[in-house]
Design a protein around this ligand. Structure first.
Ligand code: DOR
Ligand code: ZN
Ligand code: ZN
Length: 398
């Protein structure tokens, strides 16, 4: 198969090239005027390595009325995301090898993109007892209790020690108890977790950081050479508390002040932010509505790439290379996942963004089971038209 006339990033420039794939979906040539038997026209589309989202809530097992592995991974495929890390706030919670297998069996049956599930730090994410971390460490890429902060600091230290011994990452939903979802809850938790991670020497990752002060702490710890990384989410870069409307603008951490939003942007632009992630968190219609009565969480996979492309790449604040690093290479490397690469000899793991056209995101096009997006009605450039995972087309809208 020949992917014809796609735009490819070479030496910082987007240039038109053909990509030839063999029958196994391996890239065998990238060049001009390639010929073959079957052609797909990608004129005007930016063909790049598929995105990697290390923060996704699929809701299966346990809450399949919000999202299933099938619907959530289809949303990923639609968004150009070829690899995801599903979060463990499920029922059963992947806190033991047997429980993880329940989730893994559904993934093996239904997933259309690659999934590397997190195991929970504590049993049932209840914060009282550690999960079977030693048994889980060889079969997962990372531990997290996302959805909740780990506030039992003795347990957290033990988890860090086990993660360190096994060379795997802990991802933190940093939220200090009794402070609600206030900025202080994040700031206090990030401050104390950095100190503990420094002492233990564990690979530590902060999820969805949203406050100026927390970025300041992380910036400093990284400058000191500690193995700490941080993700930012599109909603914390594009929206602030002035944008709060109904439940579709409610998530945790919540939309912060304009100052905190601008500090998140600054952290993105100065390199403090290592990677972007969606925190795709589907909830059913009856769980959303009026802001105060809604559950926390918004979907994000389908608008991930266009929202960032439009607001940071089109205006030159972020280069195309840096974009690929933020949405694909950096998260893959940090979590020990396969790194999607557009090169001869690699299986095709790619997406194709329509960077020339504006598109207004509508509720009716959503393929996720839930529709709780703050970006319905927003117009972005760079919506994805084609996703290939290991040489197979998993999404096409050409
Ligand atoms: O907005 C959120 N949604 N924040 C969380 O911490 C959990 C997540 C969810 O699972 O819905
Ligand atoms: Zn979280
Ligand atoms: Zn989350």
């Amino acid at each position: 198969m020949i992917l014809k006339n796609g735009l490819i990033l070479i030496g910082g420039e987007l240039v038109s090239r053909d990509i030839a794939l063999d029958s196994d979906g391996v890239i065998v040539a990238i060049g001009e005027n390639l010929s073959g038997t079957e052609y797909v026209d990608l004129s005007g589309l930016w063909v790049m390595p598929s995105a990697v989202d290390v923060h996704v809530h699929l809701r299966e097992p346990g809450y399949d009325y919000k999202e299933t592995v099938a619907s959530g991974t289809l949303a990923a495929a639609k968004g150009g995301v070829g690899i995801i890390m599903p979060m463990p706030n499920l029922n059963p919670c992947p806190d033991s090898v047997a429980n993880l297998k329940v989730q893994q069996d559904i993934i093996d049956r239904d997933a259309v993109v690659k999934c590397y599930p997190f195991a929970s730090v504590t049993k049932g994410e209840m914060g009282a007892e550690l999960s079977d971390l030693t048994e889980l460490a060889p079969i997962v890429k990372a531990f997290t209790d996302d959805g909740k902060g780990v506030n039992n600091l003795e347990l957290l230290r033990k988890a860090m020690e086990i993660a360190k011994q096994n060379g795997i990452v802990i991802a933190s939903h940093a939220e200090a108890e009794n402070l609600g979802t206030t900025p202080e809850a994040e700031i206090v938790a990030v401050g104390r977790e950095i100190e503990m991670a420094k002492e233990v020497g564990v690979k530590y990752h902060f999820c969805h950081i949203s406050t100026a002060k927390a970025y300041e702490y992380i910036r400093k710890a990284k400058a000191e050479g500690y193995d700490i990384t941080v993700e930012a989410c599109p909603h914390h870069l594009l929206l602030c508390d002035r944008d709060i409307k109904d439940g579709n603008t409610k998530m945790n951490p919540p939309l912060r002040s304009r100052e905190d939003m601008l500090a998140t942007v600054e952290a993105l632009l100065d390199g403090t932010v290592d990677m972007l992630a969606t925190d795709h968190a589907p909830h059913a219609k009856h769980e959303k509505g009026e802001y105060s009565k809604s559950l926390n969480g918004i979907i994000g996979l389908e608008t991930f790439l266009p929202s960032i492309y439009t607001h940071f790449v089109m205006n030159g604040q972020i280069s195309h290379e840096r974009f690929v690093e933020l949405v694909s290479t950096a998260p893959a490397k940090r979590f020990g996942l396969p790194v999607p690469e557009l090169k001869v000899g690699a299986k095709a793991n790619l997406c194709a963004l329509d960077i020339a056209s504006a598109h207004t995101y509508t509720e009716s096009e959503i393929v996720s089971l839930s529709t709780n997006s703050p970006f319905i009605g927003y117009t972005f450039y760079g919506f994805n038209k084609l996703t290939m995972v290991d040489g197979k087309v998993v999404w096409q809208n050409l």
